[in-house]
Design a binder for this molecule. Structure first.
Ligand SMILES: [Zn+2]
Length: 90
């Protein structure tokens, strides 16, 4: 198993588990409160398009996750996602 990739495991139905890209729970540099790397602390619900990390207790939908990853405002993220969606279908 390659630890450099985000490890996503199908959990049940539409729910998948992965390492949280924000709190670095896949990083081996230290154990915080006994939490070891390899724990899949984040939940992705594919049907609802929701992401939630149980460790840093951050929850995102598709738009706010995009905004966080790219460091832009939620409104900007929404616009860019919408532009991408429209241009992809014209
Ligand atoms: Zn997290």
């Amino acid at each position: 198993m390659d630890k450099d990739n985000i490890d996503v495991k199908q959990f049940s139905g539409a729910e998948a588990r992965c390492l949280c890209p924000f709190c670095d729970c896949g990083n081996d540099s230290g154990d915080v409160n006994g939490s070891r790397r390899g724990r899949l602390t984040a939940s992705i619900n594919e049907t609802k398009g929701l992401f939630y990390c149980f460790r840093c207790e951050e929850g995102f939908n598709a738009v706010s996750l995009y905004a966080r990853v790219y460091g832009v405002d939620v409104r900007v993220a929404y616009g860019e996602l919408l532009d991408g969606f429209i241009s992809g279908y014209t």
